[in-house]
Design a protein. Sequence first.
Length: 151
Amino acid sequence: MKYFEDFEVGQVIELGSRRISEPEIIAFAREYDPQPFHLDHEKGKASLFGGLAASGWHTGSLMMRMFVDTVLNNADSMGSPGVDDLRWLRPVFPGDTSSARTTILESRLSKSRPNMGIIRHRWEGFNQDGVPVLSMVATNFFGRRPDRNNS
């Protein structure tokens, strides 16, 4: 189990990778972002993407899953107030393999909740060629280690 104290400024956490398929792209788009270039090859070709492209929200969701699997499922996670500076840098296409990492930018104790610490970290997502596809800064709350010295 990881706690607030286990995250250090400058620490880089590799979140893994995941291949994205055409059926996944279309299913996500149908449900959550039904724009033509996320649903149809021909309309994707005619768009600025030049082909069927995953929704940016889908790309972010894939990276969220990687973050949950790598960090949150093994941590005393207490939620998040949100993200800043979300950028979709390049499209993600069927067959791409997205990987992600997060770098701890800031670590501080909560002033109002002594059992909690606050971590700010930069997420970076890449395609299989190492080209950046997504970036954002997230804030997460983590519980403090139960055996910490409270003085």
